[in-house]
Design a protein around this ligand. Structure first.
Ligand code: HEC
Length: 506
């Protein structure tokens, strides 16, 4: 009986409390903003103003309601339901509704006693003291204005015997000017040559020679936390390889200096698993001026069971939409990523919260849309002009790099190549060292390096004749080259050489 009364009493009581519970900054809003916004919106961070105190937040209440309702803030591009990512930043529907309710009811501060303890932020290295810190040899002088600048600084790196890279944390010294950074490992010496040939610190190029560090170690964007390589994976650092810091610098309106550092974290564990980069690439990009929805597509079928660990989508300025979908052998579609408002300025490497199992026979497809119309505010050409595939940010690209790990290491030997798309072994487990010869992409890179006498990264007709001792007439050879010369510059670059080797069955 007593229980019944108690239960009835509670039923009555709860709704009253809920209705009477006014939404206040101190009780409801501060925890949301501190957790989801203050990482970037605090002094010294990337966002242009702080969101820490009631004053900071109430001053912009309406704008905050607007940008959260439209999912503009926190910046997080992947659409919900298309991949679950461990580095995700997304407000829940409840949080968005609460913000709205708070603003509509007049953005009340509330009882000071309700305010939780203020958050503390790790201002130093997010993952603790690194095992090795590499700092730019000198500060970069960033001019007050002008175009964005892609600067590559080469730093020789030696890792002690028996140590393997597990994580890398990039730290800019001046967040106002570092837009994002990509870390490369160059074993060819080419980056060093270009650095030496160019005056001052580093050299300018959107992408330097070399390979990106594996997985999410490769990329830093503001507001992102470093993630160690998943279980069983670590990176042996090649002998005599250079670390290349590829910095996207963005003038701030006044002269600035920047001297970034990278902290490396080691493990004693050599890789027990192998990781491959599968690149889904469509180079058939030739977009007429004014075209609103130019579509590109690429796909491949996985010859063995694999786990997808992460995905790095890449387009340039007029990319609009990018989608990666896995179709399992039983026909089930499994969405891997969908960004429907691509922004060149908010690129990221997305790591799945749990690896996505892709059984043998799964077809992975990339679909992109590019908008070359005058209505596209991100279109740098006004009026629009024809756009083709290329390396410069004014050219376009359609790529998704997938990091895949074979479910069974022993299957790796069956994986010499994947039909249609280049693959690259980025981490090789100790156990598979005796396994397969380099895949097509690696052989293409080698062939290119050997034959490329003038070192411009492309093979001219003369270089091909010199390398192959070809006795065909120059006109015949020219025709053959034209078959693979997608960008029409009468030379073959790496993806074109790869295509050529593949189709010639070499
Ligand atoms: C990853 C970093 C990051 C996080 C997290 C973040 N912001 Fe921002 N925010 C920015 C940057 C950078 C800008 C400046 C504009 C830009 O570059 O998009 C900005 C701009 C804004 C603006 C101004 C928008 C405009 O149109 O000028 C508002 C309002 C805002 N943020 C609110 C929030 C709120 C609320 C949250 C949390 C729910 C949040 N932000 C989380 C980085 C961040």
């Amino acid at each position: 009986m007593k229980c019944l009364w108690l239960a009835l009493g509670l039923m009555w009581f709860i709704p009253v409390v809920a209705l009477g519970d006014e939404i206040t900054f101190n009780k409801h809003i501060a925890p949301i903003v501190w957790k989801n916004c203050a990482g970037c919106h605090r002094p010294g961070e990337v966002a242009p103003f702080s969101l820490l105190s009631y004053r900071d937040v109430s001053k912009r209440a309406e704008q905050i309601q607007d940008v959260t309702a439209r999912h503009v803030m926190p910046p997080w591009k992947p659409q919900a339901g298309h991949g679950e990512f461990s580095n995700g930043r997304r407000l829940t529907a409840d949080e968005i509704a609460l913000l709205k309710q708070w603003v509509t009811a007049g953005a009340v501060e509330g009882n000071p006693a309700d305010l939780p303890p203020a958050p503390t932020f790790a201002n130093g290295w997010q993952m603790g003291t690194p095992d090795l810190i590499v700092t730019l040899p000198e500060a970069v002088q960033v001019p007050s204005d002008g175009r964005d600048w892609y600067l590559n600084v080469v730093v020789p790196l030696e890792i002690p015997e028996g140590k393997y890279l597990k994580a890398a944390e990039f730290r800019p010294s001046n967040r106002r000017v570092v837009h994002h950074a990509v870390l490369f490992c160059d074993t060819t010496g080419k980056s060093r040559e270009r650095d030496e040939a160019s005056a001052g610190l580093g050299f300018t190029a959107i992408t330097p020679p070399g390979n990106m560090l594996p997985g999410t170690m490769a990329v830093w964007v503001p507001g992102r936390f470093p993630l160690p390589l998943p279980e069983g994976l670590s990176m042996p650092w090649p002998k005599k390889a250079d670390l290349v810091l590829n910095l996207h610098l963005h003038p701030s309106g006044k002269p600035e200096v920047e001297q970034s550092s990278v902290g490396f974290y080691f493990t004693d564990q050599p890789p027990r698993r192998s990781m491959l980069d599968v690149s889904l690439i469509d180079m058939k990009i030739d977009i007429p001026a004014g075209e609103k929805a130019f579509r590109t597509q690429a796909s491949c079928v996985l010859p063995i069971d694999m786990d997808a660990l992460s995905v790095f989508p890449h387009m340039h300025l007029i990319g609009k939409e990018i989608k990666v979908t896995a179709t399992l052998p039983d026909g089930t579609a499994r969405p891997l990523l969908w960004i429907n408002d691509w922004d060149f300025n908010w690129q990221d490497f997305y790591q799945y919260a749990t690896p996505v199992r892709l059984p043998q026979g799964t077809k992975v497809t990339l679909d992109c849309v590019h908008d070359n119309s005058a209505d596209n505010p991100a279109n740098p050409r006004q009026p629009p002009t024809r756009v083709r595939w290329g390396e410069q940010s004014f050219d376009e690209m359609s790529i998704a790099f997938l990091n895949l790990v074979p479910v069974r290491e022993s299957d790796l030997s069956q994986l010499k190549s994947i039909p249609n798309q280049p693959i690259k072994l980025v981490i090789q487990s100790e156990s598979s060292k005796s396994a397969p010869p380099a895949d097509v992409a690696q052989r293409a890179a080698e062939a290119l390096r050997k034959a490329d006498k003038n070192g411009d990264g492309k093979l001219s007709l003369d270089e091909i004749i010199a390398a192959t001792g070809n006795r065909e007439s120059a006109a015949d050879l020219e025709k053959k080259v034209a078959q693979f010369d997608r960008d029409g510059d009468k030379q073959l670059n790496l993806p074109e050489v790869t295509e050529a080797l593949k189709s010639l069955g070499k």
